[in-house]
Write a protein of this length. Sequence first.
Length: 145
Amino acid sequence: MLLAAWKTPSHPVTKLGLRLLTLTAVRPGTLISTPWAELNDVDVDDAVWVIPAARMKLLLQHKDDETRDHLVPLSHQAKETIAVLRALTGRGPFVLPNGRHAHKPMSENALGYLLNRSGYHHKHVPHGFRSTFSTIMNERHPTDR
């Protein structure tokens, strides 16, 4: 599926966004709205992306609670993808900017349309990576949901 998506004509930032989505298992909406400020301070040796609770899907009363920040360990491949994205989009506010308006985040549909054009219409959606990750981890570690 990823090879098919990579071979499908699309904006390079969209393809890199799909790759980062598969490597991090974050929500697609969270990924596309990621500001560079969140990734600028990532320690190279202990690479963890901290997504503030305010940007997470939480009850309103928990959005200001720093203990509910979401920690995303970044693999070597994720760090490489971020480095390429930084070269392409690092001067703007968003990691994955809109192709027409760089001051706005990528469209919520961009990743889904890429999968659709790759032959996965009605077969896979961007959020599917997160749900697959969750299923596998819950099966392997049932006591640590």
